[in-house]
Ligand binder design. Structure first.
Ligand SMILES: Cc1cc2nc3c(=O)[nH]c(=O)nc-3n(C[C@H](O)[C@H](O)[C@H](O)COP(=O)(O)OP(=O)(O)OC[C@H]3O[C@@H](n4cnc5c(N)ncnc54)[C@H](O)[C@@H]3O)c2cc1C
Length: 266
């Protein structure tokens, strides 16, 4: 007999979408909390300045903002053994946050190693993933998990031209390039992944463009709790088989990552 599929998310579940009941983002709770994590070695870099602009904008709007500046803090990204006081401190910040912001320069199509290591060490089993649903005895994942109820915004700068990080661009769309983070990390652990805030031609910035980039970021942040998440499919028997592959009738013409979007049909 085949094993039951490892499906655990149900739309309309009564489970709260927040890790912590005290910080539910329901209407009426005016204190929103963010954790802003920066993976860039220089405070005065383009990234450092955009971080400062973004954090200030959230605070002016009444948010409580925690920061993790990984190089400045000397965060050790090496996963040698699990746990540690530094990991628990970061987990406390993640747990309290309604919004997680990860900001970094695109290095070789991915995150700087220090930020990858932050995810490796902080998103531990039992905290972010391998959180068991008592009703089914199975781990909650893909649209459900330890970090359900939070939103995740990626702010990424890239040296390349805009067209190269778009569909049919030589690098692939930024959503495809960041699939391991957007789908494999945020969505896997239950967070709502937001469309990345991408700055291209990042080495070609003057004072005027710098101010425009800061303005664009402030505008984006104003709607960050109400914008639509990336519509990844939750892990349900409606869409996936026992080996977590899309059922034959779901987006049958599609072989790429777009097939995992609820908006992808035919
Ligand atoms: C290891 C590595 C791998 C990479 N891989 C990729 C990749 O795969 N794809 C890709 O597209 N890119 C890649 N890049 C490029 C990289 O993404 C960019 O260099 C980076 O995003 C730039 O961000 P920054 O914060 O480091 O910019 P900075 O170097 O700090 O600044 C960028 C420019 O903005 C100017 N500037 C900053 N602040 C101001 C200000 N206040 N007023 C006026 N001007 C200002 C600086 O003078 C500079 O010219 C890679 C780079 C490295 C080092």
């Amino acid at each position: 007999m085949s094993k039951a599929p490892n499906l655990c998310f149900r739309e309309g579940s009564s489970r709260p979408r927040c890790w912590s009941q005290e910080h539910l983002t329901s209407e009426g709770n005016t204190t929103m909390r963010a954790l802003w994590v920066l993976g860039h070695p220089e405070a005065t870099s383009l990234n450092g300045q955009l971080r400062d602009a973004g954090v200030a904008a959230l605070r002016e709007a009444g948010w409580q903002v925690e920061e993790s500046d990984l190089y400045r803090d000397g965060f050790d990204p090496r996963l040698v053994c699990e746990g540690g006081a530094d990991v628990r401190a970061e987990q406390d910040k993640v747990r309290a946050a309604d919004l997680l912001v990860l900001q970094f320069p695109l290095w070789w199509y991915g995150m700087p190693a220090i930020l990858k290591g932050w995810v490796d060490r902080v998103f531990e089993a039992g905290f972010a993933y391998d959180v068991i649903d008592p009703a089914t005895g199975r781990p909650r994942k893909y649209g459900d998990g330890g970090l359900r109820g939070k939103r995740a915004l990626t702010i990424v700068t890239a040296g390349d031209r805009p067209g190269s990080l778009a569909p049919r661009g030589i690098s692939g769309s930024i959503e495809d390039v960041l699939w391991p983070l957007l789908h494999g990390t945020y969505w896997y652990t239950g967070m709502d992944a937001l469309t990345p805030h991408l700055v291209t031609l990042a080495r070609d910035v003057d004072a005027e463009r710098m101010e425009q980039l800061a303005d664009d970021l402030r505008t984006r942040l104003r709607g960050v709790m109400t914008e639509q998440r990336i519509p990844y499919r939750p892990l349900t028997e409606d869409d996936y088989d026992h080996s977590i592959r899309l059922l034959p009738h779901v987006a049958p013409q599609h072989r790429g990552l777009d097939a995992h979007l609820e908006t992808c049909h035919d």
